[in-house]
Each structure stands twice: as structure tokens, then as C-alpha cells.
Write a protein that binds this ligand. Sequence first.
Ligand code: SAM
Length: 285
Amino acid sequence: MQIDIITIFPEFFRGPLDFGIVRRVREAGLVKIDIHDLRAFTRDRHRTVDDRPFGGGEGMVLKPEPIFECVESMKVAPREERAAARQSVVLLSAQGRRFDQKLASELAELERLVLICGRYEGVDERVGTHLADREISIGDYVLSGGELGAAVIIDTVTRLIPGAVGNEASTRQESFVAGTESGGDGLSDKLALSEVEGNVRPTRADSTCGSGGLLDYPHYTRPADFHGMKVPEVLLNGNHDDIRRWRRRSALEKTLHNRPDLLDEARLSRDDRELLADIAGEVGK
Ligand code: SAM
């Protein structure tokens, strides 16, 4: 996969791209990331990238010419051919589609991803309407620039690329991962199907559970007793059915408490619904 970042602050990415999985996938040649300094595509002495807004108003706006020239220099496919070429030019914008795990999975299927980072009051609208094929927001708040958003997208997307994470099952069993909808999920699909049929037994010996769109279950490691804070007994007894049931219940509990909105879309079995009713009853007592 090729990722291109367009920014007026290339130095910003020293750090976010140099650690952990992102660094590993770059070093392994699974992902190539190029950072393009927008000012290199200006033609005036002052390397001007912004100008005042037509119609008046606050702040400055990033000019269209350097951004168009920069993207044109990359030989990206024309807008109408990008989907077929598995390419996308993204404008980071607070007004864009909200970034989530499903969108991350879609982007991870691409061969080329271009990320345009805005600054100031934003970017000339023609970049969004004529150059980018989508606008993405990383959340309902306003950042001072698109660079943090680009780093968030790169971090999330690169760990989904086959070979990026040692144990690939781990990226399929995390919070928000919905199963087939998010791009295929052998083990947790099988689990989810058997759950839908009302059978809570996994199809092979395993004590994890596919999230099916829930938040992840709690994780513990040694020591079993840390200053009196004990690991739940069930995790120590080696009974995989019990562990799996406890994890599922904990994931349901956490989702109900922190993100009840996710339950509307989650893949829930009959057992899950009974557990939820049970949890809600306990909370109501
Ligand atoms: N005037 C804009 C508005 O109200 O939507 C905000 C502009 S913001 C100060 C400058 C740049 O930061 C934007 O052009 C965009 O690239 C980036 N940005 C701000 N918030 C963002 C968010 N939630 N997600 C992604 N990018 C964001």
C-alpha cells in the first residue's frame, strides 16, 4: 500500500510514523509512506499556501492551486477511475464522514491512499468537490489541522494490513469489529453464526469471543494479585467455556455502560439478549 500525506508541516510526522506497528510495516515494505510539503508546490517567493476568504470572514483558507498541483504530481488516477484503481484521495475535515473501524477496513483494502491535511479556517471548497473523493472527520470536534487526523487514520489502517500484526486474529476480535461486514472474519464469523443459532459453544477450542460490534472484553495478565486487586477467578480455572461466557458478558456489560448506541448494530445471539436483560436488571436493582 502507498500512502501520501500532503501537509504544510512535514516535520509533524516525525514520531507518529516511527514507532510500533507503523514503523514495522514500513520497514517490512508492506506500506510506503511519502510526506509532501505543500509549500514545495507554491510559485511565489514567500511560498504562500493560504489567502483571505472571498466574502470576508475569519481567518485564512488554504489555496487550491498548490494542493491540486501536488496531487497531480503524484500521478493518482482521475477521480472517476479511482475506485476501480483502488485509490482514494481524502480531505481531512471536521465536516467529513466520521472515521470508524468499518471505514478503516475499507481504506485498508486500497492500494493508494492520499491524505490532504487542512489548516487555518480550512481548505478551498473546490479541493473537496473536485479533487478529493471523500472527506473524513476523526470525530465531532475541531482540530487545528488535519495532521493528527492523518496520523490516526494511518495508525488504524496499517494495523489491518495482512502481516502487520503478529497474530491476525487479534485485529478481528477487537472492539467495534462487526464480523463479515468489516471484511471477513473466519473465527468470529463462525462463532457469531453458532451464537445466532443459540449455541454459545465456539466451533473450536478457544476462550475468546468475536466482538460482533461490541466493545472488547477486559484483559488481564500477571500478577494474579496486584496489591490486593485480584484477577477474576474464572480466568484462572482453565475452563474455556466459562471464560468465554464471562468475557462475552463483560463485553456486553461494558458496551451497555459506555456505548449503548453500539448495541443497536451489534450481532447479538439469543444468549446475548438474555445476558443483557440480566445485566440491565442488576443495574436497575
Ligand atoms: N472551519 C472548519 C470547520 O468549522 O469545520 C475547521 C477548520 S480546522 C481549524 C483546520 C483543519 O483541521 C481542517 O481543514 C481539517 O483538515 C482539520 N480538522 C479539524 N477538525 C478535524 C476533524 N475532526 N477531523 C479531521 N480533520 C479535522
